[in-house]
Design a protein around this ligand. Structure first.
Ligand code: FMN
Length: 316
């Protein structure tokens, strides 16, 4: 077993939670520069990695600055995980491998993967055991607090003999989806059932919600998701417990920096994907709607600069 990087941190550990379609190489670099301790990838299909791995491997690319890097896999067939782990370790060389038991998206659920796997405890256990047996890096899992009739605490009992190094808990049930109250109590109780690192996730959007989550769950750290979309500096704010109060000029600088990274790594496709990130950077500004309409059409860095300049002539 390679070094278990999960034990190397000063707590609380502040991680970028996995986000499909968001956590690409450019966004991870922004989060890393603002102090994210651990960077999770977008979820990657174990099955795809057994067949045509090129596209998936491309999606998982990263730079050395973006470590520790955890690649998250989803799927249903243990034998696919067996192959996927080998492919990932050879081609990507991440610091850790995570398994998704929390995704509620139909495309994933239809394969018996993601959050429905939590209901299928036997299959889930086979997948985790296979992954651990193949991996030379630490294996972690990400779950919800409940899926169908299966409660997280029972799930953890069922897999308690497996050497899982970290657990990120999205404090909502599968039926809650992405909204509603966070169940801090279940995350707190998970400590009695799980000896590895616990990261609490869900609804952390600012310094206060980060403090509240740590206080109520006694977790070893946090996983940040929607709170950092258009706001990668939230990592630093939470770590330093200090609002950075970025003004518009600073945010424009950052949005441009992020856009240049997107272009550097993914060329025109990166800029297309950048459109949604740009909308998030400016979402709370006065007149954001008109600016957004321009930003969702940008084709080049020049277009982005022009859109911001036009906005500033009106709102300065
Ligand atoms: C756009 C988007 C993509 C996501 N993709 C993944 C994913 O690939 N794997 C995963 O385990 N969770 C995924 N999630 C769930 C987040 O990691 C997180 O658990 C959830 O958003 C709750 O945290 P939040 O309230 O801070 O956003 C995704 C969430 C969003 C909004």
């Amino acid at each position: 077993m390679a070094n278990n990087f999960w034990n190397d941190f000063k707590k609380p550990i502040i991680a970028l939670a996995p986000m499909a379609g968001i956590n690409d190489i450019a966004f991870r670099e922004m989060c890393s520069q603002y102090g994210a301790d651990v960077l999770y990838s977008e979820m990657a299909s174990a099955t795809a990695l057994t067949k045509n791995p090129e596209k998936t491997l491309d999606m998982l690319s990263y730079t050395e600055k973006q470590r520790p890097y955890v690649v998250q896999l989803f799927g249903y067939h243990p034998e696919h995980f067996k192959i996927a782990v080998k492919v990932i370790e050879k081609e990507i060389k991440p610091d850790g491998i995570d398994i998704n038991f929390g995704c509620p998206v139909n495309k994933v659920l239809r394969q018996g993967a993601g959050a429905v796997l939590m209901k299928d405890k036997e299959q889930a256990k086979k997948i985790i055991a296979t992954t651990i047996s193949q991996a030379t890096v630490p294996v972690s899992i990400k779950t919800r607090t409940k899926s169908g009739q299966v409660e997280l605490l029972d799930f953890l009992d069922y897999i308690s003999d497996l050497d899982i190094k970290a657990l990120m808990i999205h404090g909502r049930t599968l039926s809650q989806g992405f909204s509603g109250e966070i169940d801090y109590k279940t995350i707190l109780k998970a400590r009695d059932k799980f000896k590895g690192i616990i990261l609490a996730n869900g609804g952390i959007n600012d310094i206060d919600s980060a403090k509240k989550t740590l206080d109520k769950t006694k977790a070893d750290g946090l996983g940040l998701a929607r709170g950092v979309m258009g706001r990668p500096w939230l990592f630093q704010e939470i770590k330093e417990e200090k609002d950075l109060n970025y003004n518009r000029d600073k945010i424009i600088d950052l949005a441009l920096k992020h856009s240049k990274l997107a272009y550097k790594y993914k060329k025109d496709f990166g800029l297309k994907e950048m459109r949604k990130h740009l909308s998030w950077y400016i979402s709370s500004w006065p007149g954001a709607r008109a600016l957004r309409q321009e930003l969702v059409r940008i084709e080049s860095i020049e277009d982005i600069k022009k859109a911001f300049e036009k906005y500033e002539t009106i709102y300065r």
